[in-house]
Design a protein around this ligand. Structure first.
Ligand SMILES: NC(=O)c1ccc[n+]([C@@H]2O[C@H](COP(=O)([O-])OP(=O)(O)OC[C@H]3O[C@@H](n4cnc5c(N)ncnc54)[C@H](OP(=O)(O)O)[C@@H]3O)[C@@H](O)[C@H]2O)c1
Length: 278
């Protein structure tokens, strides 16, 4: 991984950029259009949205207005919890595609397992159909714990290609990362900056000073060196640029160990086993 467009190869051979822009809580309309267009202009090729973010139309507009060919971009969206179920998933996918204005998607994720409803297996079967029909280049899940993944592996045909989970120095997901590696599932970090909570941490500040980098850059570099895809969100041009400027330095083994040791299994988001909101 030596530049912003470097990719990891998923277990079906599809190449996914290691780095991308997240657009959670970015307002539909000018705000999302501007942040996505800025990111693409600065060399980003991967954009992470979701039906639940309510900004797929703006993401689609930014893609259409950018000068980069569609096949050079990697677009991810997610199925909202209320749309789980076989037929519901097929219908929700068409809505997402019409909002994005695209004829294929690069990656589609089940947003949360919502275990109380027991519908992620039939939902996954609809994902398999869409994948086999050539509508999506790769399919995956989000917020799945190892035991949810085990269910899919046992009861379905296709092993998810990606699992997008909360991941940052306070939540290093060691066991889940091992499970995913063993099953060739690419781990992807959401809230990599812990929504800004970690940016004053003295250990990270000190490592940043040594390398002439910001705390955000240190954390995002740590993601990549741990083999985790990362998608920080920003609506500010200077931060979109700063976050991507991480391909010209390397954290030492001792830096990596220091950051790994900050783990407290602490979340900013919901616990996937308990979150069942539809
Ligand atoms: N699958 C899921 O369930 C799930 C859940 C949450 C998030 N996600 C995805 O992951 C993406 C990233 O997570 P996130 O948006 O929750 O949080 P994040 O990327 O950890 O943090 C974003 C926050 O940090 C600020 N920020 C960004 N770069 C900065 C920098 N260099 N210096 C200082 N502050 C900086 C942003 O503010 P400004 O915008 O003002 O710069 C924003 O407030 C989301 O956008 C979404 O695509 C997925």
């Amino acid at each position: 991984m030596n530049n912003l467009q470097s990719t990891t190869t998923l277990h079906n051979g599809v190449k996914m950029p290691w780095f991308g822009l997240g657009v959670f809580k970015v307002k539909e309309g000018e705000e999302v259009v501007n942040s996505v267009k800025t990111a693409i202009e600065l060399g980003y090729r991967s954009i992470d949205t979701a039906s639940a973010y309510g900004n797929e139309e703006g993401v689609g507009r930014a893609i259409a207005e950018s000068n980069v060919p569609r096949e050079e971009l990697f677009i991810t969206s997610k199925l909202r919890n209320a749309d789980q179920g076989y037929e519901e998933t097929l219908a929700a996918f068409e809505k997402t595609m019409s909002k994005l204005g695209l004829d294929y998607l690069d990656l589609y994720l089940i947003h949360w397992p919502t275990p109380k409803y027991g519908t992620y297996i039939e939902t996954w079967k609809a994902f398999e159909k869409l994948y086999k029909d050539g509508r999506i280049r790769a399919i995956g899940v989000s917020n799945f714990q190892s035991h949810h993944l085990e269910d899919i592996i046992k009861q379905c045909e296709i092993v998810p290609m990606v699992n997008q989970v909360e991941y940052h120095p306070r939540l290093t997901q060691v066991e889940l990362n091992e499970f995913c590696k063993k099953n060739k599932i690419q781990l992807e970090a959401w809230s990599p900056l812990m929504r800004g909570e970690l940016l004053d941490h003295p250990t990270l500040v000190e490592i940043g000073k040594k390398h002439g980098k910001s705390t955000a850059q240190v954390i995002l570099r740590w993601d990549l060196q741990n083999g985790v895809v990362t998608i920080p969100k920003s609506i500010k041009r200077h931060r979109i640029e700063e976050n991507a400027n991480i391909f010209d330095f390397e954290l030492s083994e001792s830096d990596m160990n220091k950051i790994n040791s900050l783990n407290e299994n602490k979340r900013v988001g919901q616990d996937p086993d308990l979150f069942n909101k539809r």
